[in-house]
Design a protein around this ligand. Structure first.
Ligand SMILES: [Zn+2]
Length: 256
């Protein structure tokens, strides 16, 4: 092969590797729990108070609401439900039931698509239509937003800020097990004052989370941690946020 051709080939190879590395880095940043390229994210609260926030994503679904509300009531726990705007419009009665039981409603987009690489107006519409649906169901005004699939690259953080909302992630995600006891054990072991827990109890296929919920609430109680909504958690605590550009994506730091 002529030297010139070899150089071209090597150049193309290097370019491909760089492009792959950039894409991989962007994907990692887009899904990181506590990091965004721009804008603030709450992923836990910096507090010594023995409180943790319980959050439930998606829906509302009949199955999820019927399963979760009585358990929360029995344990005297409050929570934040991040609901999908279109689902709220289909079943505003379910959103009203959650609200009437004393829980907080948050915005989880209108169509539950990955919120990446879209025009600004699309983000604005997803957020605004859901805010309107929540308000019509009597549960507007929490000021909280959680991105579907945790995706929040460029564009979305600015749209959330334009809407005057706070982006809320979590520091404890669902364990990958189908055993409710093990699921609960892992969640409780990871919980500490200021933690934000995420459970997908609304999803039909996730009976494990529904079965684990009472065990989690028992475990939190035994650990001296009281489950509250995100709003309650943040009210008494310094917000644990990460602002971009942060040198360490893994650690929260307080805003100035
Ligand atoms: Zn979701």
């Amino acid at each position: 092969m002529a030297p010139r051709h070899r150089r071209l080939l090597i150049g193309a190879g290097v370019l491909a590797i760089v492009a792959f590395a950039v894409a991989l880095a962007a994907w990692q940043v887009s899904r990181a729990r506590c990091f965004a390229l721009d804008g603030d994210i709450v992923c836990r609260a910096e507090t010594q108070a023995p409180l943790v926030a319980l959050t439930f994503d998606d829906g509302p679904t009949q199955l999820g609401v019927d399963a979760v509300l009585p358990v929360l009531e029995r344990h005297g726990a409050t929570a934040t439900f991040f609901l999908v705007g279109a689902a709220v419009e289909r079943r505003p009665d379910l959103a009203r039931r959650i609200r009437a039981a004393g829980h907080e409603l948050g915005n989880h987009s209108y169509t539950h698509q990955r919120m990446m690489l879209r025009p600004a107006a699309w983000y604005d519409s997803e957020i605004a239509r859901t805010e309107a649906a929540l308000a019509r169901a009597g549960g507007g005004g929490s000021g909280l937003f959680r991105p579907p699939y945790g995706k929040k690259l460029l564009g979305l953080p600015q749209a959330v800020e334009r809407a005057g909302l706070t982006m809320v992630m979590m520091d404890i995600e669902e364990p990958t097990t189908t055993d409710p006891a093990e699921y609960a054990r892992k969640v409780v072991a990871a919980a500490r004052p200021g933690s934000i827990l995420l459970l997908h109890t609304m999803v039909r296929g996730n009976q494990t989370a529904r079965d684990a919920l009472p065990l989690i609430l028992d475990g939190l109680k035994a650990k001296g941690l009281r489950p509250v909504s995100v709003g309650e958690l943040m009210a008494g605590a310094t917000r644990g946020t990460v602002s971009a550009p942060a040198s360490d994506p893994g650690s929260g730091r307080s805003p100035p």
